[in-house]
Design a protein around this ligand. Structure first.
Ligand code: CMX
Length: 127
């Protein structure tokens, strides 16, 4: 299932205002040190939007903003077993950004299918 839609932004506060006006409910923030981002969670009728604001220029989100501008960053799909999904996709030649699952927001294990293999879309798998 779709776990969340992630949007890269330089100002989560201003983006949060837009989503709250649409009707989303603010559901907290979390710093994810391993990814150099602060995630802001917004929920509406089972749809989860994650605003990603980089905390360092070393963040891949900061690099993505510098290269591609702010906007849709990735789609995240929840899988029952990330290790099993990685093995299945790797066996078919899909490249993952990390060799092993990484700690993500909300205590999830995460990894990313490289946008080159995702048809230009950065796809996160999470467990
Ligand atoms: N969506 C689509 N394409 C993207 C992209 C994105 N978000 N970010 C980068 N790309 C494209 C680039 O434009 C580039 O394309 P070209 O070669 O045509 O120029 C290509 O992908 C490679 O990008 P790169 O900057 O050269 O970087 P890498 O090859 O090292 O790729 C990347 C690494 C982009 C997958 C990785 O840095 C990344 O974004 N990882 C995800 C980190 C993240 O989202 N962390 C927050 C997680 C929070 C959570 O959910 O818990």
């Amino acid at each position: 299932m779709l776990d969340h839609i992630a949007i890269a932004t330089r100002s989560a506060a201003s983006m949060r205002k837009l989503y709250e006006l649409i009707g989303f409910r603010f559901n907290g923030t979390e710093e994810v040190p391993s990814q150099y981002v602060v995630a802001t969670f917004l929920d509406l009728d089972g749809i989860h939007v994650e605003l990603l604001e980089p905390t360092s220029e070393d963040s891949s989100v900061a690099k993505a903003i510098a290269k591609r501008g702010e906007g849709l960053h990735h789609l995240a799909f929840r899988v029952p077993s990330l290790a099993e999904a990685m093995a299945r996709l790797k066996a078919e030649g899909y490249a993952f950004v990390y060799d092993e699952p990484q700690p993500g927001a909300g205590g999830k294990k995460i990894n990313f299918i490289h946008p080159k293999d995702g048809g230009g879309v950065l796809v996160e798998l999470c467990e």
